[in-house]
Design a protein around this ligand. Structure first.
Ligand code: BGC
Length: 836
């Protein structure tokens, strides 16, 4: 994969060496740390341009964290993985590259390839799967797509950053075999197959060593063993120790300008604590990155001409529908044409949750909600009613109209003003109109609120620090809103809230002012951060009234569609989940609507597993993940049958919290022990065999039926095919499965054919089976098609004291529709080394 041309590599290496030779120590060291929040400095003398990095996995945000610089918001990474379609994901990578180029970004800080170890992981939505093979395939496809567009990636977070609690310091204890077979596996597949130009080191420690200093993994495994030649960048503020980071193989410390590198590294070299050759190594890799993305003079960019343009909105819509995972359907979907009426219910039906919280957040160019999407797609004769039903949000939404911020200096003078389209201030490392953080003392947000209804309105301060809130001529608050805990990022990612009630008459404009006085120093190591929001909510009906209204609407309609969702508090970077239940009274809402109308479809708008106690009592359950900005258009496509839902679960969904094989994400005295070893996800569910999950890994329904007609398995003869030990290409096909499937339904369809490999069971340390390959096929009604699925050598290997080795013996090769719905099995004898 990916534009690998030896002559051009050589030209770049020559240019890199020439540039390096011109730099003195200080200039070399300057390449190794951020000049600001998102970029590395230029150096005119060697023809080096400013190199810009940006998040991330669900769209390219660019250098600003504000809606005035919007991006195409694609579905959450869990949705990407649910497509099980590397070709589609490669195209998505192309879109990210296009967005990056549009925004002057050279490195996209993605994909997140940590595993779904526990459903409580706050960034579960941002990772791909509980399975390392699926994660590696999807990750490699994304990296390939972005890099084929000439833009670098940084698969992250290297490694074992699978939950958020104490994320800066947690020491993950994991044995070597588990590390190799599970957590390192997606990184290895991506590094070897897609050759990423970067990687991001995690905040956490692994077996006692911080990942930005973990020479054994960074220099040993990643570079020496796997041949990685890209840059290793710290997670933001994750570099802590000059010498250990430099010797541990960390090329770039982000962000800047305050850094553990810079003058500290120069001093360490001067007094002999870090050899200058080590600095040369780090600088060489940074220059190589610059050369690859076309920022170094005399070095050809890997991609000279950007590829053909991609229609971002169309691809976001296609991807969303292809990811939607239909887990239950009594035949109600697709909805029949000519319905008289549809009742659409739920807060997320009117305001889609398009993405999860934290650094994966992007500001969409526009959003189509389910309500917009259905309104546009339903025929004129179908009445569409809407009811809120239940509002799970625990925070007051920002005031979206007409909020202006004034940036105030030391004497209270206005330095500049900025509009706040989403009622929020979110300035990181940079202030509007180039105002300096040194000059800024306070920010005053003002708005004229026109209450729609008479009654008790709520105004809210969302943020930490000193605030004054005034409305209708009254001071509602003058004091400090305190931050819980000591995670500096929480001030930004999960800020506290103070809410004030105010009786207001409808229709009469009211002046509202929220003034935030800045602290003397930003709590966030060295770069400026101003983050707060002014919230407002109208008087609302009581929770009981809301449910009653929705039930009445549903009872009178031909079909009820209830959209349930998690909230930004539930699924976000920076915090783990405390439970999997849907927030608020949404379960009760679904149960009551379903009782009033048996033709109830539930749409689950969540990036990660939630409990669905009502799942057997409703006509259909459709998981839409965080569907990106085309949420509603894609939902209408699928509900009305224009497009078949294409998703298959990338992770097993539990029925009960207590059944989850791995639940704990809270470290004990700083240590999180991965004592379950290889048994996360479906291998753990299958080994225990007691409780059944709600839905198994791989499960998902389309709109047609499939018969699995035949399975043949051949031992491969290609490169490395008869290598029994670790020296062959571990991703070369050791065998090939040919699966024949027939579309027995009435419409054309797409099937995800999955192949599992089960050892004979004599070695109880091995999981009962693992995904070894998969392919997406399409067929017309009545048509039979063949899926040819390579089974890589690595799927037959285990890690032991002597490294990787194949266990000879008899394996069952199983083809099916999920890990629990295996339709065909063939025995495969794998001879010992050298045999056939
Ligand atoms: C996250 C990274 C992200 C970085 C920059 C960190 O807090 O862990 O995934 O790329 O911030 O936003």
């Amino acid at each position: 994969m990916g534009n690998h041309c030896p002559e051009q590599d050589a030209m770049r290496e020559t240019a890199v060496e020439a540039a390096l030779g011109k730099l003195d120590l200080t200039a070399k060291v300057a390449l190794l740390a951020g000049a600001d929040m998102w970029s590395l400095p230029a150096n005119e003398e060697i023809g080096l341009g400013r190199l810009v990095m940006s998040d991330g996995p669900a769209g390219v945000r660019g250098e600003r964290w504000t809606p005035d610089d919007p991006s195409v918001a694609i579905p959450s990474p869990t949705a990407l993985a649910a497509t099980w379609d590397p070709e589609l994901v490669h195209r998505v990578g192309g879109l990210l590259a296009q967005e990056a180029r549009r925004k002057g970004v050279h490195v996209v800080l993605a994909p997140t390839v940590n595993l779904h170890r526990s459903p409580r992981g706050g960034r579960h939505f941002e990772g791909y799967s509980e399975d390392p093979l699926l994660t590696g395939e999807i990750g490699a496809a994304l990296v390939g797509g972005v890099q084929d567009g000439g833009v670098a990636t940084t698969p992250k977070h290297w490694v074992a950053n699978d939950s958020e609690t104490e994320r800066y310091s947690v020491d993950v204890r994991v044995d070597e075999r588990t590390l190799r077979e599970l957590y390192l596996a997606p990184f290895e597949a991506i590094v070897r197959k897609a050759r990423p130009w970067g990687l991001m080191a995690a905040y956490n420690r692994v077996n006692g060593r911080s990942m930005s200093e973990n020479g054994e993994l960074n220099n040993g495994v990643l570079r020496a063993e796997w041949g990685f030649d890209g840059i290793l960048v710290s997670d933001w503020t994750g570099a802590r120790d000059t010498i250990r980071a430099a010797l541990g193989g960390l090329d770039i410390a982000m962000p800047g300008p305050v850094t553990v590198y810079g003058e500290h590294l120069v001093a360490a070299v001067r007094d002999g604590r870090v050899p200058e050759e080590s600095v040369d190594e780090l600088a060489r890799r940074v220059l190589r990155l610059a050369a690859r993305v076309g920022l170094l003079a005399d070095a050809p960019a890997v991609v000279a001409e950007p590829p053909a343009p991609i229609d971002g909105e169309a691809l976001a819509r296609e991807l969303a529908a292809r990811s939607f995972t239909l887990v239950g359907n009594d035949g109600i979907l697709p909805l029949e044409p000519g319905l008289g009426s549809v009742a659409l219910i739920g807060a997320a039906a009117a305001e889609a949750r398009i993405g999860g919280g934290g650094s994966a957040q992007v500001f969409p160019t526009r959003v189509t909600s389910p309500l917009d999407g259905l309104r546009a797609a339903l025929p004129a004769g179908t009445a569409l009613g809407y009811a809120l039903g239940a509002d799970p949000r625990t925070h007051v939404a920002p005031l979206r109209a007409g909020v202006t911020a004034e940036l105030l200096g030391a004497a209270g003078e206005v330095l500049t003003t900025a509009q706040l389209p989403d009622g929020s201030v979110r300035w990181i490392g940079e202030l509007p109109d180039g105002v300096g953080f040194d000059a800024l003392r306070a920010v005053r947000a003002t708005a004229t609120l026109v209450p729609q209804a008479t009654g008790v309105h709520r105004l809210a301060i969302r943020g930490a620090g000193r605030f004054v809130l005034e409305a209708a001529g009254r001071v509602l608050f003058d004091g400090v809103v305190h931050l819980d805990g000591d995670d500096p990022a929480a001030a930004f990612l999960n800020p506290p809230e103070a809410v004030f009630e105010l009786e207001l008459p409808g229709g009469a404009p009211v002046a509202v002012t929220l003034t935030h006085t800045l602290p003397q120093a930003s709590g966030f190591a060295g770069f400026g951060l101003v983050s707060f929001a002014l919230g407002h909510s109208e008087p609302v009906a009581t929770a009981d009234e809301l449910i009653d209204e929705a039930v009445a609407l549903a009872a009178a309609a031909d079909v009820a569609v209830v959209v349930v969702a998690t909230t930004e508090e539930v699924e976000s970077e920076g915090v783990d989940r405390t439970g999997l239940a849907l927030p608020g009274r949404q379960d009760e809402l679904v149960a009551r609507v379903a009782a009033a109308n048996p033709r109830t479809v539930v749409v689950v708008n969540a990036g990660a597993p939630v409990l669905m106690p009502w799942r057997e009592d409703v006509a259909a359950v459709l998981l839409t993940w965080f569907p990106g900005q085309q949420a509603g258009a894609a939902l209408a496509d699928v509900l009305l049958g224009a497009v078949e839902p294409g998703g298959r679960l990338p992770t097993t969904w539990p029925a009960e919290e207590a059944d989850c094989p791995v639940w704990e994400v809270v470290p004990t005295e700083g240590v999180l022990d991965y004592g379950e070893g290889l048994f996360i996800g479906y291998p753990a569910w299958q080994r225990r065999g007691t409780a059944q999950p709600a839905y198994w890994f791989g499960h998902g329904l389309g709109y047609t039926d499939w018969e699995y007609q035949g399975l043949e398995v051949r031992l491969g003869a290609g490169a490395g095919a008869d290598a029994a030990d670790g020296d062959g290409d571990p991703y070369a096909a050791r065998a090939e499965a040919v699966v024949r499937v027939r579309n027995t339904g009435a419409r054309a369809g797409r099937e995800t054919v999955q192949v599992y490999l089960a050892p004979d069971g004599s070695d109880r340390t091995r999981p009962d089976r693992r995904l070894a390959g998969f392919a997406v096929v399409t067929a017309e009604p009545g048509e039979t098609v063949e899926a040819r699925i390579p089974l890589p050598l690595r799927s037959f290997q285990t890690w032991g004291d002597a490294g990787w080795s194949v266990r000879p013996g008899t394996y069952a090769v199983e083809a099916g529709r999920s890990v629990a719905d295996r339709r065909l099995t063939v025995a495969l004898d794998l001879p010992a080394a050298g045999g056939r």
